[in-house]
Design a protein around this ligand. Structure first.
Ligand SMILES: *[C@@H]1O[C@H](CO)[C@@H](O)[C@H](O)[C@H]1NC(C)=O
Ligand SMILES: *[C@@H]1O[C@H](CO)[C@@H](O)[C@H](O)[C@H]1NC(C)=O
Ligand SMILES: *[C@@H]1O[C@H](CO)[C@@H](O)[C@H](O)[C@H]1NC(C)=O
Length: 572
């Protein structure tokens, strides 16, 4: 029987590698699916956004979750609403608009909570803990929002390791953007899951340094075309970056200046219209005591783009080869490449963590905004507040509402390197997330993300329910292959045998039956070993296992967010 189960498991794995991935949109045409076939790549994910009126609220979609929360990172001036995300005209639209949103902010001095307003509503969708991949070619066709010569909107297409959830600041402390697999005394406290750790909790592997590195595929910087310091790049431009820790220690490059020879990452390649981003080198994530503080680095390039080209659909592409290289392209034209040897100054790695996708438009006083002078009394950043005229980039208030239109997203992997899943055998994340749910959810949520609701959405006639679904007693009933309250989303799931740790575990449990007495003895042994652990391990576990960030996401101001504070070229 046991042998049969093992064979069944192996058989299922073998067969599934022959089956077309179920994360591929049925609307993706043959030519797109086979774009890299001659190089041995197959399509493993796509979303064409052809179905109108799809919903992305928590629990609506098997691939994407739209956030509904305040953004506490990077001096954000917007509030994310799930209603800002929609599909129409064959695209996903991320709308930025006016809208008063009240949130709780903590005064760091008094500890008291006060209500504060934000005056812009925007959107962010992420595939966090739903769809992740390790390596491959990712292509996103999108047109940035707003006018190319007006600054202040910050559209972004990016990826982050699944161990941190973007904008949930508690999840990124000591996790973002580590990409380091060396055991070193000086980093042991600041890298939460250090290679030095033996038998860490949550099924994490021994001697396996982990983190949540960031790859930025596109970050748009619109604005007037004027000379910027120490670069040939003018606005509008966009940034393409790898963000990793540990970072370069002193001397750090001075903002707007080029790094000193031998004191920064070297050997990267740049395309004709791209050059080193001298406006952002990373941030220091300050913590007390001192050994918890660490530096993140942004190894970043800027690419100038013609104003008339800025707001059109373009294909932003990254070829990510874990442990090896990352190459960025615009409409298949080379922009920038970082290879593993270029990171030798710190020894960080070209990421090999399972990563998820993020699409959003932010508004931040650190992105394309003018430096606020002492005479500028604006605090609200409200377009209807006359005292704020001095605080905005020229034309900012007329640039809203605007829409970031994403036509499609496609991902390809080499057929011999198919590696899908947010928690893989080599890089498990599932139990860590389960054991630290508080860090990944809003305080009022029961769970970080709800399971997808299949049918049940309000309807009057069959036609309102997608995928040939029926309207039964005022509620949609989905046909096969469709899900979501209105059955408008194709049901997505990983093909079996894609190294999901869940699959592996099932096979193990089915295949290996250990006697209960043996398990009991092992358990006691573990208890004794744990009890014998030194103080440092206890401290570490407390940081990892319990929520000492009780007010996760409730504190305003600078935070080691999924993103970072950074100076824009205007702040020179
Ligand atoms: C560089 O920019 C110029 C001016 O916008 C454009 O004509 C040219 O095609 C670009 N070159 C590449 C390689 O993208
Ligand atoms: C990257 O290298 C590490 C060893 O440093 C290896 O364990 C891992 O499997 C590699 N990952 C990939 C995706 O090649
Ligand atoms: C690090 O790599 C660069 C090329 O990326 C090379 O020029 C340099 O010599 C290397 N340094 C060391 C210490 O290996």
């Amino acid at each position: 029987m046991r042998l049969f189960l093992i064979l069944l498991g192996l058989g299922a794995r073998f067969c599934s590698t022959l089956v077309y991935s179920t994360f591929v949109d049925s609307d993706t045409d043959e030519a797109a699916a086979k774009k890299y076939a001659s190089e041995g790549f197959e399509i493993v994910f796509s979303d064409e956004f052809n179905t109108p009126d799809r919903q992305f609220k928590d629990g609506d979609d098997p691939t994407w979750t739209a956030l509904d929360k305040n953004d506490y990172t990077n001096a954000a001036l917007h509030y994310y609403k799930d209603t800002a995300i929609s599909t129409s005209d064959g695209m996903m639209k991320i709308k930025t608009d006016f809208g008063v949103n009240t949130f709780k902010a903590k005064n760091e001095k008094t500890g008291a909570f006060t209500r504060k307003n934000k005056y812009y509503t925007s959107g962010q969708v992420q595939t966090w803990n739903k769809f992740c991949f390790t390596g491959g070619i990712i292509e996103v066709s999108a047109s940035p929002p707003g006018h190319p010569s007006i600054g202040g909107l910050w559209p972004a297409i990016w990826m982050m390791g699944n161990l941190a959830r973007a904008t949930y600041v508690g999840s990124s402390d000591w996790m973002w953007p580590w990409s380091y697999d060396e055991c070193e005394e000086k980093n042991q406290e600041s890298q939460l899951i250090s290679k030095c750790a033996v038998n860490p909790h949550f099924d994490l592997l021994s001697h396996s340094g982990r983190g949540a590195p960031e790859i930025d595929i596109f970050e748009g910087m619109a604005g007037p075309s004027e000379k910027l310091p120490n670069t040939k790049i003018k606005k509008p431009y966009f940034s393409t970056s790898l963000q990793v820790s540990p970072g370069v220690q002193n001397p750090r490059p001075v903002l707007t200046h080029k790094p000193l020879d031998g004191k920064w990452y070297e050997g990267m390649s740049y395309g004709t219209n791209s050059s080193l981003n001298n406006f952002f080198y990373g941030v220091q994530l300050k913590h007390t005591p001192e050994q918890y503080t660490y530096q993140s680095d942004a190894i970043s390039a800027n690419t100038a783009i013609e104003p008339k080209e800025y707001s059109r659909q373009h294909v932003f592409k990254v070829d990510w080869r874990p442990n090896d290289s990352i190459t960025w392209y615009l409409d298949d034209v080379f922009l920038y490449k970082i290879s593993q040897p270029n990171l030798n100054i710190t020894g960080s790695k070209i990421p090999d963590e399972p990563m998820y996708l993020i699409l959003n438009t932010a508004i931040s006083s650190t992105w394309g905004f003018p430096t606020k002078t002492d005479s500028c009394k604006c605090t609200s950043y409200d377009c209807s507040d006359p005292s704020c005229t001095c605080a905005f980039p020229t034309g900012f208030c007329d640039n809203i509402p605007s829409s970031f239109d994403v036509d499609w997203v496609r991902i390809y992997q080499h057929s011999e390197a198919i590696n899908l899943g947010c928690s893989t055998k080599d890089k498990p994340t599932r139990k860590y997330i389960q054991g630290n749910e508080e860090k990944f959810k809003r305080p009022e949520d029961d769970v970080p993300i709800k399971s997808v609701r299949r049918g049940g959405g309000d309807c009057d006639v069959d036609g309102e329910c997608g995928g040939g679904g029926k309207c039964d007693n005022g509620g949609c009933v989905c046909g096969e292959g469709y899900t979501g309250p209105m059955c408008l989303a194709e049901d997505k799931e990983y093909p079996g045998g894609t190294f999901l740790d869940e699959t592996d575990e099932t096979i193990e449990v089915e295949g290996v039956h250990l006697p209960a007495i043996f398990l009991g003895v092992m358990f006691l042994l573990v208890v004794v070993l744990v009890a014998a652990c030194c103080k440092r391990v206890t401290e570490r576990r407390e940081r990892m296992g319990r929520y000492e960030y009780i007010k996760v996401g409730e504190t305003e101001g600078y935070k080691s967010g999924g993103r970072y504070d950074r100076a824009s070229s205007n702040r020179v």
